[in-house]
Design a protein around this ligand. Structure first.
Ligand SMILES: NC(=O)c1ccc[n+]([C@@H]2O[C@H](COP(=O)([O-])OP(=O)(O)OC[C@H]3O[C@@H](n4cnc5c(N)ncnc54)[C@H](OP(=O)(O)O)[C@@H]3O)[C@@H](O)[C@H]2O)c1
Length: 320
């Protein structure tokens, strides 16, 4: 988050790092300057214009309303407020225009949903989406540092035969494996991550008629989520026009040159803010249907960049 704020030259007049009581007094560095971490209560007293939360759902449920009551705009990375009917769920390229000065808690969507809706929105405008079938290939960084350590530990063990103690973020080995479960299973047999993609897509795109079905899968990749997205439209499309629409859309880079084996890959999306789209082709099994491959850095556009872009929008529209 700090790296993205610095890189994008967000107009920070005062940085106020806040964490749990465990971290109070520790230092963080922002643009070469050291800042002391303070507590949540002191964070509210410092009255920042914007508070970007990335502290999990429980912390957010407890503290975001307190920040909001103090007149501070909260942009929250957790899932706590995403489906709250009174809160906006924002991907700036898609629905930033929904924001008003009265929105004090703004939710940042799920990482896999963010990159998908960036690619879907410009096509929906032109051809009207009926149904989306998505399968994800998600990086371990989406789980957090424990999962990165598990993957590194497993790799070390494969190379050396033994490894220092490492945690198990997943029930199963992730290296040399693919785990078709992200988050917990729900009663309908889908995982929570899959249902987030279904529900959040309709909320962000402001269209409950879009039918979405998802299979979300964890793969042993260190950074960047990939998605195979099959989209059925009401209207027919021209493939060259689809490519032009996506190329002109904000936040998208089209990488689609099969003759030269050019397509998006997580390795190339790493540390980039854009959503990369390629493998554009007609689904020959069904009318008006497109296949595409969508890749993005899940910690950037899927989290930090999207949150900072929301803050940028609030600044640019005088909504603070
Ligand atoms: N698309 C997205 O927006 C997206 C993507 C990835 C993750 N997430 C969500 O973001 C959240 C955090 O993920 P992360 O990887 O950033 O976690 P993280 O690296 O573990 O950071 C969590 C931060 O929250 C602080 N914190 C924890 N409990 C707190 C409390 N009671 N009061 C104040 N601060 C507290 C921690 O402070 P200490 O260091 O003092 O413990 C730490 O600074 C999770 O809810 C996750 O689901 C969202």
């Amino acid at each position: 988050m700090l790296q993205v704020l610095a890189e994008r030259n967000f107009p920070v007049t005062e940085l106020i790092p806040v964490a749990s009581e465990r971290s109070v007094g520790k230092e963080v560095v922002f643009k070469g300057k050291k800042y002391k971490v303070i507590s949540m209560a002191d964070g509210i007293a410092a009255k920042p214009a914007v508070a970007i939360f990335s502290a999990g759902g429980t912390t957010s449920l407890e503290w975001a309303p307190k920040f909001a009551e103090a007149g501070i705009k909260v942009i929250d990375n957790s899932s706590a407020w995403r489906m709250d009917p009174g809160k906006k769920l924002i991907v700036p390229e898609v629905n930033a225009d929904a924001l008003t000065a009265d929105d004090f808690i703004i939710a940042n969507p799920n990482c896999s949903t963010i990159q998908m809706v960036v690619a879907l929105q410009p096509l929906h405008k032109k051809y009207t989406i009926k149904r989306v079938v998505v399968s994800t290939y998600q990086s371990v960084t989406g789980t957090g540092v424990k999962a990165v350590d598990q993957l590194k530990g497993e790799r070390e063990k494969e190379v050396k035969g033994t490894a220092a103690e490492y945690p198990m973020a997943y029930k199963y080995q992730i290296d040399l494996n693919v785990i078709p479960q992200i988050d917990v299973f729900l009663e309908n047999g889908y995982t929570k991550e899959e249902m987030k993609m279904v529900k959040e897509t309709c909320k962000i795109m402001r269209d409950d008629s879009i039918r979405v079905t998802a299979t979300t899968v964890r793969i042993p990749v260190m950074g960047g989520h990939s998605e195979a997205v099959n989209v059925e439209f009401e209207k027919d499309f021209d493939l060259a026009e689809v490519k032009n629409i996506l190329s002109a859309a904000p936040g998208i880079t089209v990488v689609d040159d099969p003759a030269n084996q050019q397509y998006p890959m997580p390795m190339n999306a790493h540390e980039k803010d854009d959503v990369f789209v390629g493998r554009l082709r007609r689904d020959e099994s069904q009318a008006n249907t497109l296949n595409m491959w969508v890749v993005s850095d899940n910690l950037r556009k899927g989290a930090a960049t999207n949150a900072v872009q929301i803050a940028e929008y609030l600044v640019s529209q005088n909504l603070l």
